[in-house]
Each structure stands twice: as C-alpha cells, then as structure tokens.
Design a binder for this molecule. Structure first.
Ligand code: NAD
Ligand code: UD1
Length: 337
C-alpha cells in the first residue's frame, strides 16, 4: 500500500515510517522541516534497508498536495504534521490554528478531491483537559486547556463531521499519551530544538552533560511521591499502534477514537531513577516551583486499544530510558552534528 506520511521526518513520524517500510509499504514523506532535519531520511533508510520518498513541503500548499495525489497511488494518509509546543502556542495562536487546523483542512480537501478517504490522525491526551476521573477513558469529557489542545480537538471534530457527511471515510483518531524513547539502533530519536520542554529529553541532556541539572517542577502534588505522574509510552510502541490502526481501517468505516498509552503512571522521581540505572550515572536535580498549567497526574485507560486494535504497549519505563540513553549518548547533538 502507498501511504502519505505528513510530518514523517519528525520524532513520532520517523519511527512510524521505519515500521511501515519494514512491513513492506511504499511510503511518501511530506515535511516542511520546520521542526526536523532532512538527515532523518538517511537514518530511516539505514535502519529499514529501503528509502521512503521525500518531499520537502507544507501541508498548507494546496497545489503541491494536488500534484502529490495525482502522481502517486496514495491509498491512505498518516497525518503527523503539526506544531506541538504548549509553551509557544498561547503566544502564537494564529500560527497554531493555521498550521494545525487550516493545514489539516487543506489536506482533507485534497484527499477528498483525489478520492482518498482513509486517514490516521495524531491527536493527544491533551484533548481531555483536567481529569474528571482517572484513568482517562475515550469517553472522558473533552475540555482542552490550551491553544494546542483546542487545535487537536477541532481537527477531531472536522474529521467526525466529514465521516458523518460521507460514510466512505475511514478515520482513526489516536490520542497519544507521553511519547518517549528511541529506536533501539540509536540512529533516530527525539531531537528537540533549543531547551527541551519535556521531561525525558531534558533528563537525557543532563545525563550527556549538555545541561547542568534538571528542575523538578514541584514535589508537593497529591501523588505517590509528590511529583507529577504521566503515562510514558515508548515511541516504537506508539508507531506500532499506527500500523494496527491501518489494519483496522482496512476493515472498518467511520471513526475510531482510541487512546495510545500504557495505562501505567510514572512519577518524575521514578523516571529519574530509571534513567540513572540506564545511564549508570547520577542525574543532578533541584526541586523548584510547579510549572503553570501542569496537571498533577494523568494516565490512559488502555483497555479499548487492546479490544479495538488488538494492540498494547510492550515496553516499560526501564526500556524507554535505555533506548533514550543509547540515542542521546550516540548523538549528543541530535541530528545536528
Ligand atoms: P515533531 O515536531 O517531531 O514532528 C512534526 C513534524 O511535522 C516535524 O517534522 C515538522 O517539521 C512537521 N511539520 C509541522 N508543520 C508542518 C506543515 N505545515 N507542513 C509540513 N510539515 C510540517 O513532533 P512529534 O512529537 O513527532 O509529533 C507528531 C504529531 O503528534 C504532532 O501532530 C503532535 O501534535 C502529535 N502529538 C505529539 C505528542 C508528543 O508529545 N510528542 C503528544 C501527542 C500528540
Ligand atoms: C507536556 C504538555 C502537554 C503535551 C505533552 C506531550 C505542558 C504544560 N504540557 O505535558 O500538553 O501533550 O507534554 O508529551 O507543557 N517536568 C519536570 N521538569 C522538567 C520537565 C517536566 O519536573 O524540566 C515534569 C512536569 O511537571 C510533569 C512531568 O515532568 O509532571 C512530565 O512533563 P512533560 O514531559 O513536559 O509532559 P506533560 O507535562 O505531560
């Protein structure tokens, strides 16, 4: 099958492209490289032993999309392309809505024009907002608390309405929890620009000596050890969830909405200790004030993904740290060296 992967040079996209190639699919990556590097394609090729097609371009470029759909026998799209910084989205709402929402609409319009009606969309657990109950099931109320979360929920709604208007559409809305880890080859992994906002890449950069110490954002939450608790999921498990979703869409029409998480909560202190074991070194840290907008604790109900997709995460937090450390220690400057 020929699959268009938008955002395919990014963190989650690159790991998914590897698995798609390994499963024998033809893959076409469309990415404007606003948050990734072209070298990723060489690394993917090295791992998979086969190259994906690569087009440097923007999902908002209608003419380019028309050309792509006309030229290639694309049967389905996995749509990763988007901006994801919670820190930035409040300052640049128009940029986020344009990129994430308008970009998606251009893509869906050109899919419709080309008769391609199968799509896997990267949504996020952030659509749930403050937990009314835990674990978050897919039926949990949806009340995002920032622009990024609103943009994801809007695209979910657009796809729901599209599928209502035409029963031929096959849509998978995948709500990711906290993706971490890297491919076991150490050739691809997360390469955040500037100072990492997220915990795992920050810890990895402390371990490799790029940053002096970690700031732990609060140890006075009502959680198992006072620090924030999240559902970290290995990026390779997340990638295999996309292949499971593609299989589902081959047999089912309409909209599937599903969490991709492990169902396990890990605290900041637990993650630090697991990383210390993986890297065999101490991670210096200091407890500081809570970060504005942080939730104390959230994790997935992972039951429906097992039922609907026959998929469940395989890797625990130790393996996530081992693979992150291999990637970080072999590539201290990410793809930038
Ligand atoms: P990423 O930034 O590494 O990858 C996104 C890719 O999309 C980048 O390569 C970027 O260059 C590209 N891109 C952005 N806007 C584009 C546009 N207009 N046209 C073409 N390419 C464009 O992020 P990621 O972590 O791999 O996330 C992938 C998707 O999953 C995103 O939609 C993100 O919102 C979603 N998601 C991520 C997380 C997370 O924590 N990483 C959690 C939940 C959901
Ligand atoms: C962040 C985003 C969320 C997004 C998710 C993707 C915010 C407010 N939320 O969530 O919308 O979906 O990433 O993975 O940015 N921590 C520290 N020190 C650090 C960094 C983080 O102690 O330097 C703590 C946080 O307080 C939190 C935990 O580590 O308890 C995880 O943080 P992070 O990796 O940023 O993920 P989220 O907070 O879940």
């Amino acid at each position: 099958m020929t699959i268009l992967v938008t955002g395919g040079t990014g963190y989650i996209g690159s790991h998914t492209v590897v698995q798609l190639l390994e499963a024998g699919h033809e893959v076409l990556v469309l990415d404007n490289l606003c948050n990734s590097k072209a070298q990723v394609i060489d690394r993917i090729t090295k791992i998979a032993g086969k190259a994906p097609g690569f087009i440097e371009g923007d999902v908002r470029d209608r003419a380019l999309l028309k050309q792509l759909f006309a030229k290639h026998p694309i049967e389905t799209v996995i749509h990763f392309a988007g901006l994801k910084s919670v820190a930035e989205c409040g300052q640049k709402p128009l940029l986020y809505y344009d990129n994430n929402v308008s970009g998606s609409i251009v893509l869906f319009e050109e899919m419709k024009n080309a008769g391609v009606k199968s799509i896997v969309f990267s949504s996020s657990a952030t659509v749930y907002g403050e937990p009314v109950f835990l674990p978050y099931t897919e039926a949990h109320p949806l009340k995002p608390i920032n622009v990024y979360g609103h943009s994801k929920l809007m695209v979910e709604q657009v796809l729901q309405d599209l599928a209502l208007s035409d029963r031929a559409w096959k849509v998978a809305l995948l709500r990711y929890f906290n993706p971490v880890g890297a491919h076991h080859s150490g050739l691809i992994g997360e390469d955040p620009a500037g100072i990492p906002n997220n915990l795992m890449p920050f810890v990895a950069q402390v371990a490799v000596g790029k940053r002096a110490k970690l700031s732990v954002f609060g140890d006075d939450y009502d959680t198992k050890d006072g620090t924030g608790v999240r559902d970290y999921i290995h990026v390779d498990d997340l990638a295999s969830g996309h292949l499971a979703a593609l299989q589902y869409l081959q047999k089912n029409q309409g909209v599937l909405t599903v969490n991709l998480g492990t169902g396990q909560g890990t605290s900041v202190f637990e993650l630090i200790h697991a990383f210390e074991k993986a890297a065999n070194k101490k991670i210096p840290y200091e407890v500081v004030a809570r970060r504005a907008g942080d939730l104390p604790e959230y994790y997935a109900d992972a039951v429906y993904s097992k039922t609907a997709l026959d998929w469940q995460a395989q890797h625990g937090i130790d393996r996530m740290c081992v693979d992150t450390w291999r990637w970080q220690s072999q590539n201290p400057n990410g793809f930038g060296q």
